[in-house]
Design a binder for this molecule. Sequence first.
Ligand SMILES: Nc1nc2c(c(=O)[nH]1)N[C@H]1C(S)=C(S)[C@@H](COP(=O)(O)OP(=O)(O)OC[C@H]3O[C@@H](n4cnc5c(N)ncnc54)[C@H](O)[C@@H]3O)O[C@H]1N2
Ligand code: MOO
Length: 472
Amino acid sequence: MTVVRPESAVRALSWPAARDLAGRSARPLPPAGLPLSEALGCRLAAPLRALVAVPGADVAAMDGYAVAGAPPWQVVGRVLAGGVPYEAALRAGEAVEIATGAPVPPGAESVLPYEQASRTSGGLGRAGVPAPSDSERTGPPASEGLGRAGASASGGLDQVEGEIEAGRHIRRRGEDIAEGAVVLGAGAVVTPVVVGLAAALGHDVLTVRPMPSVAVLVTGDEVVDHGLPGPGRVRDAIGPFLPGLVAWAGGRLASHARLPDGAAALHAALSALAPPSHPEKNPPPAMSSPREGAPPREEPRLPHEESRQDLRTPEGGGVEVVVVCGASSRGPADHLRGVLGELGAEVLVDGVAVRPGHPQLLARLPGGTLVVGLPGNPFAALAAAMTLLVPVLRGFGGAGSRRESSALAGPVRAHERDTRLVPVLRSGRGAIPAGHDRPGSLWGAALAEALAVVPPGWSGEQVELIELPTGG
Ligand SMILES: Nc1nc2c(c(=O)[nH]1)N[C@H]1C(S)=C(S)[C@@H](COP(=O)(O)OP(=O)(O)OC[C@H]3O[C@@H](n4cnc5c(N)ncnc54)[C@H](O)[C@@H]3O)O[C@H]1N2
Ligand code: MOO
């Protein structure tokens, strides 16, 4: 089958054009309801509302005594958080011993913390000591003098005194968050804190934009994935960085496989990972529409999208993105272009005018799955992943990216035709090149915080920095 190449993909694209096209190649996935733990890292597709008020009732903010009226108060009961509430109305001159978070009885005007309370036993006179618990009750006495919490051995009720401020240490229902309040808007990232907030507000499932699922295929007969590489062998340095990079960029790693060199294995793997053809899914981007910084697009749900979950098998079937490492150049073992042609893929980017990483590819299979081809040299692969893969994954999430620029404080040699991506560290003077930036080595990138984007023919002006996943 013929590979379809739009005019723009015939020659190596400029680096900014390739990055922008990659971002526009992906469309935010249709909203889905995911359990809280699976929603982590996704963006909300609908505003997050409080299903319950916080707090859910008028509760004590301190351990002590809920009191009504003026002191002294007689201790008529005890309420613990999660225990049986004291349901009767507190009368003036009465107190209920109470734990933080426990609902205050109706009629309670404030809570007196233990530290400010002076407690006297009904008969023996103990100050500031919690009442014995063997006669706890949850309402007023059935008859005066019987079964009263805080009653001393001699039968009288304990008394408590202290200075109170009206309304003090009672958290009123809905005081923190009113029931029904919108606490976060659509588009907010579900961070660990947001998961906690959503749980507090009664949610088990969140409506989010699901993360795109990503399959990784590492090619190369010479590549080994553990131990010391023997003669003619090289240790895989790309497969190991991709899971972290994918997660950082908002993707979900669905599968990770090693492939021998050869078109047949690559053909079989790509066929297995690509879902059946859906022409509407991920249609080609409009070449001129700006995407960076745009809010997530709310698209109506198409009938075929309902079955998207079914396409996602644990084995990685029906993924949104396949990353192929190696095989992207033009050597005898570089089969990616040929296989993409056999599969009827549309090649969107075929080479980028960038150093390192120019033999990189972006293509769309007929079912909509995007294929990103990374070169085999590890730093070239990282540079290519930052150019194509990261913008693709961010595009699925509907996220624009923050742009940072900086002066360069160190010697950098511009290329006459190609953009250079240079590992740098930030400093007060500007970005300092980290060095050690040969295409075959990740050393410089491991030292760096960002890649400086040095345009062709650069002559000293500020440059864009693209953030590397530093984990700090
Ligand atoms: N005639 C041309 N030859 C090459 C060109 C070109 O434009 N024309 N480009 C060069 C550049 S630049 C790069 S980068 C490489 C990219 O080649 P491939 O993507 O096909 O990758 P391989 O040939 O398989 O490997 C290149 C190099 O990297 C090592 N390698 C491969 N996979 C891994 C891995 N997972 N981890 C670590 N190292 C890996 C491999 O052993 C080779 O040394 O093509 C140039 N040639
Ligand atoms: O992608 Mo290659 O040099 O640019 O290693």
